[in-house]
Design a protein around this ligand. Sequence first.
Ligand code: CO8
Length: 371
Amino acid sequence: QNIVISGSGLFTPAATISNAELVASYNQYVDLFNQRHAAEIAAGQCQALEYSSTEFIEKASGIKARHVLYKEGILDPEIMHPVFAKRDEDTPPEMVEMAVSAAREAMAQANKTAADIDLIICAASNMQRPYPALSIELQQILGVEGYAFDMNVACSSATFAISNAVNAIRGGTAKVVLVVNPEFASPQVDYKNRDSHFIFGDVCTATIIEAHSSCTSDNAFTILGMRLKTSFSNNIRCDIGYTEHCFAETDPKVPFFKQQGRKVFKELLPIVADVIQNEMAALNIGPDQLKRLWLHQANINMNIFAAKKILGRDPLPQEAPLVLDSYANTASAGSIIAFHKNKTGLNSGDKAVLCSFGAGYSVGCLILERC
Ligand code: CO8
């Protein structure tokens, strides 16, 4: 049974933060911190903080700006986190609100109404609550029958969810599946940490997955193959969890994303290349047949390195499109944004790769063919 991605959608928050704005506020925070701890710093009991720089950020990551849901607070050196009101039980949380918007675009593209959808998977790096599942609230808002569930494989949440969608269709529990990836990353960013304050942005993507026989979209992609891989690593980690309030000592850094960026770069790339190359070999697809690589968007150098390894030459910019410059790292949504914004211009039969990689480690590779 041929299964296709027949539509995609994207919700982009209106507010943006440029590197210049982010670095200016961080550097103000550094000045305040160093003034307030001048005595301890002079006595060698505390390390002075160093300035961040726009040049470093752009060169090391390719990021120039990011979208955020709530800009207020992030740039205030006395606050350094998004400030927003807690919503009551009758108001959908931000992640559900973003998902409604992205879902509607994907459904329109795939010519689907709520009545056509049997399953909704909400897949993201963080959930605003453990239960009831965000996807079930989204199901109610969209007016979808059937069933819904949430899942998390960090940066590979979207590709792993698409593979779950394919399996649900093959298993007969659904005919048409909506996958949403609301990545509300900014609350997990430690804006007081120079190493990671620039990395993430907020966004939501959506895809419709269905059997080829029922697809009426004129811009659909057949899923020729899927390969998923995980391998445990502490190098990208977040420890916030529901047991946190039980501990006698609380660590103020617990809610935040942390990583050993260099180690991630070195260890993850070979796994990514292996997964993609093994799936290409299984499908008998050579690098010269690949017309596009929609890769996870974490780091420009990592993306170019991976594309070069797969293609065996330098990629042209349109072959491995980047959205990092304006969106930053958007966890699981990154490769789907690259797909959504750069899926036109391919001919029927053209092959492409959509691949996520990140925390876990986790890698999810889909080999696609333009219908
Ligand atoms: N400004 C100036 N200097 C800086 C800054 C800064 N902002 N930050 C660090 N430096 C300094 C460092 O301190 C270091 O100084 P020194 O040499 O004196 O020690 C020097 O610059 C070089 O630092 P790095 O070695 O860290 O620099 P890199 O060139 O390695 O670049 C990166 C850092 C950009 C982080 C890079 O390592 C990278 O991108 N690696 C890949 C990481 C990756 O892909 N991670 C995936 C994470 S995403 C994911 O999996 C999703 C998880 C779930 C998300 C949840 C949402 C929040």
